[in-house]
Write a protein that binds this ligand. Structure first.
Ligand code: SAM
Length: 383
């Protein structure tokens, strides 16, 4: 069944879809936490005349498809949106276009960029990564004025018990509202004693790089440690490859770094839709391989690249947001097929139960098992 796309809410109804727009989409582009927050905002704003031209902006963080930003824009509220996800920004802009909404009162920043001021209030969808959440709170607490109101909204099933404690580290008068729609709102205010430094990236050693250390910005896949799948994958990255190699969905860049290490003739592309991932990969290549040729692509898979590759290395995501979803891995396999040299190879690692060999066989002439352990299988596909 197709998901509902009409998001009826008391600020301004809008039509919403996820991006990328995949065939057979099953996921809806908003949830109870979006609706609960908009119900609160509708009450708060009922008494205020909105004239976007001369009002300070509402800062909206981590809005995956524009479910908070677009109703506000449609109601005449100026919005500064910020987040880590390129796909979320693309969903926001595509949905704005579909709703014929002008975006001249909308601005955007990535996590490492300045927020355009002045800001009247801050609305946050709790992100999956608590380290990204903390780094965002530290930035807000360090840059916005005392008294600024902060409201966090989250589905109860995705809210860890530590959320109040985290908020209390950065803000004053932290409290939560009554639960409704299987979600809660958390309210807080900036105080003058809450100024914070930016959160430092995590640092950890990589065995396949002879113990060299890499860093990971808050919010990158696997957080402050090496993922066990990535560790296994790193042991099987091929050597003696010339030409272009892509680390597709690079996260902190560990797999592409190993590819650089083992392939002195190759040029490596680090590609991810997460701004923090691309930033981590840039920092790691500059620190460990400053003389090597590397390129970085912040976007959807390999979309927009003209290059073809001798080797594509992929540890695909199998979630979209909190939902298990095979749509993105299937899409990335197709990107890889479009961008492989005629004699190139795609290496894919997956949890054993995901059986990536089956969709790969529909796209490639040859699919072989490279290695397996009790948790993961690595497949190599070629034309
Ligand atoms: N390669 C890293 C590793 O092995 O540790 C990270 C792998 S993680 C399972 C998948 C990565 O794919 C994440 O960093 C995620 O941000 C990225 N990703 C998800 N969807 C993407 C898309 N449509 N285009 C590019 N990257 C994407």
């Amino acid at each position: 069944m197709k998901p509902d796309t009409y998001f009826d809410n008391p600020v301004h109804p809008v039509s919403l879809k996820l991006w990328p727009r995949l065939n057979g989409e099953k996921l809806r582009a908003w949830d109870g936490a979006d609706l609960l927050l908009l119900e609160h905002i509708a009450e708060q704003d009922a008494s205020t005349e909105q004239d976007a031209a001369d009002q300070p902006a509402t800062l909206v963080l981590n809005d995956p498809n524009g479910a908070l930003t677009l109703p506000l824009l449609a109601a005449g509220v100026k919005v500064h949106a910020s987040g880590d996800s390129w796909l979320a920004q693309k969903a926001l802009l595509t949905n704005a276009e579909d709703n014929d909404l002008a975006t001249d009162t909308l601005s955007w920043s990535w996590p490492d960029e300045e927020v355009a001021q002045p800001i009247a209030r801050v609305l946050i969808r709790l992100p999956k990564s608590l380290s990204l959440f903390e780094s965002q709170l530290a930035t807000i607490a360090g840059t916005l004025p005392e008294g600024t109101q902060v409201i966090v909204s989250s589905m109860d099933k995705h809210t860890p018990p530590s959320v109040m404690k985290i908020l209390e580290k950065y803000f004053l008068s932290v409290e939560h509202g009554l639960g409704r729609r299987k979600a809660h709102l958390y309210f807080a205010q900036l105080g003058h004693q809450t100024a914070q430094q930016r959160t430092a990236p995590a640092v950890f050693a990589i065995p396949a790089l002879q113990g060299k250390e890499i860093c990971a910005q808050p919010g990158t896949f696997s957080g402050d440690k090496l993922d066990i799948g990535a560790r296994f994958f790193s042991e099987h990255v091929p050597s003696d490859v010339a030409g272009n190699i892509a680390d597709l969905g690079c996260g902190n860049g560990v797999i592409g770094l190993v590819a650089l290490d083992r392939n002195p003739e190759a040029s490596v592309w680090f590609c991810d839709e997460s701004a923090q991932a691309v930033s981590s990969a840039k920092t790691n290549t500059a620190a460990l391989y400053p003389k090597r040729e590397c390129s970085f692509h912040h976007g959807n898979g390999l979309d927009g690249l003209a290059e073809t590759f001798s080797l594509i290395l992929l540890n695909p995501p199998f979630h979209r947001g909190h939902a298990v979803d095979e749509g993105v891995s299937s899409m990335l396999f197709k990107h890889a097929r479009r961008h492989l040299n005629s004699d190139g190879e795609l290496y894919v690692i997956g949890n054993r139960h995901l059986k990536y060999n089956l969709p790969l066989r529909k796209l490639f002439g040859s699919v072989r098992e490279v290695a397996a352990n009790d948790k993961f299988t690595i497949w190599a596909a070629k034309f």
